[in-house]
Design a protein around this ligand. Sequence first.
Ligand code: IMP
Length: 192
Amino acid sequence: MTEEIVAASGNAGKIREIEEIFGGVRVIPMREAGFDGEIEETGSSFRENALIKATAVCKRLGRPALADDSGLCVDFLGGAPGIYSARFSGGDDEENRKLLLARMKGAHDRRAHFECAVCLCLPDGRTLFGTGRTDGRILEEERGTHGFGYDPLFFSDDLEKSFGEASDEEKNRVSHRARALHDLTGKLGLLK
Ligand code: IMP
């Protein structure tokens, strides 16, 4: 297919994970590849946002680009914060977690899942998507300090511990992002 992909992200952890799962493909952060613009996530789904980001980078640079979009969907909150996960409280990760705990106060149904969509865009206009999810529930207080975002509040059904208590390796085995990337790599043959 291609030996180099530009990632529409600057997050070193994500880039390492993409390289591991794509095996043999060099993943270049978009800033290093010469993309210095901001991309507005104006889509109404994870899939649309991933498409917007991948297409923006691919079109500007004329190189294959990969983007992901993800978030936390809580049943009791009707799927919120969803695509607004990063901007839920208007503050940082800690404030987002505080707001989530406040909204979940007294809730018996604490089921939730992380969802991720990845999109690969090629200069000839072809696009390929992968999706993944991982299920769990929202704890009543934080457990563990690993990870980022909502990790300390998310008790994983697969790991039987919170993502905040899991090592990177454990989380990457079951994460929504890893599952979406595997889903995408399984479809790469469709591009040939
Ligand atoms: P992005 O897709 O990396 O921009 O993530 C959007 C937001 O969703 C993040 O800022 C986090 O709040 C939340 N999020 C996505 N994936 C995870 C995860 O694996 N752990 C914790 N929070 C996450």
